[in-house]
Design a protein around this ligand. Structure first.
Ligand SMILES: [Zn+2]
Length: 248
């Protein structure tokens, strides 16, 4: 399986949990032997400005975060394009699901998911999309950007019981009708992370559900790293999810 990443994502570009030292390395160490890495390329200004206002882009630039945020968005666009032929994961940061068109919070700057889907749409590679956001936090930025565009169905599960959580994800996925599935993959809902709900094997189960729906609909899927802050378990959780995405 191909994973889009870049050495620059190891940078501690700002002092917040998503940018903490060792976070990307913990995932790299866990998945290295099972994946093929592909180097992320910076998103074009046209792709970023298709989603964000000029004032927002200027604000991110003034904070010295344009370069790293545009590289993360570029990795998302690549993963989305690879997804047209095989499943793909973008191991990038900063995350993006709390970034709206003109405002961002929660360690996010540019909305990687919206930028990737809009890029596919503008290039006429998809007409519709289904977004599963299993980060413990509601992906408000993705919803605010995509909700009025009318081509994306978005599911943010909000359940405290892990078995019920999996049932809800499966029930929603079984109704999915789209040309691609984009996953905002945040691992902060793990039992040993902030949310305390899901087990490592649950991420594999979710990956497998996505794999099955993709097979049924004959469509592709990509996933983007959002949250996940316990470096002791993050790598294993990502690995489990990627195995599931491959139908394992
Ligand atoms: Zn989160």
């Amino acid at each position: 399986m191909r994973v889009v990443t870049h050495d620059d994502f190891r940078q501690v570009y700002v002092h917040e949990p998503a940018a903490a030292p060792g976070r990307i390395e913990s995932v790299l160490d866990a998945i290295r032997s099972e994946v093929e890495f592909e180097e992320a390329v910076t998103a074009g200004f046209d792709d970023i400005s298709a989603v964000h206002t000029q004032a927002h882009v200027e604000g991110v630039t003034q904070r010295g975060l344009y370069k790293i945020a545009a590289l993360s968005a570029g990795g998302a666009i690549q993963a989305a394009n690879i997804a047209l032929s095989e499943p793909c994961f973008a191991l990038t940061r900063p995350p993006g699901h709390h970034a709206s068109a003109d405002y961002a919070w929660g360690f996010c700057y540019f909305n990687n998911m919206a930028i990737a889907l809009e890029s596919l749409r503008r290039n006429r590679k998809i007409n519709t999309a289904y977004v599963l956001d299993f980060d413990m936090h509601f992906g408000d930025g993705t919803v605010s950007i995509l909700k009025d565009k009318g081509y994306a169905a978005i599911h943010n599960p909000d359940v405290d019981d892990r078995k019920e959580y999996l049932r809800e994800v499966e029930a929603h996925l079984s109704n999915a009708k789209a040309d691609i599935i984009g996953v905002s993959a945040g691992f902060d809902n793990h039992v040993l992370d902030w949310g305390g709900v899901l087990l490592t094997e649950d991420y594999q189960a979710i990956g497998r559900m996505i794999h099955q729906v993709c097979r049924k609909l004959q469509i592709g899927c990509f996933a983007l790293l959002e949250g996940g802050y316990n470096h002791q378990v993050l790598g294993q959780n990502v690995l489990a999810f990627l195995r599931g995405l491959q139908g394992r």
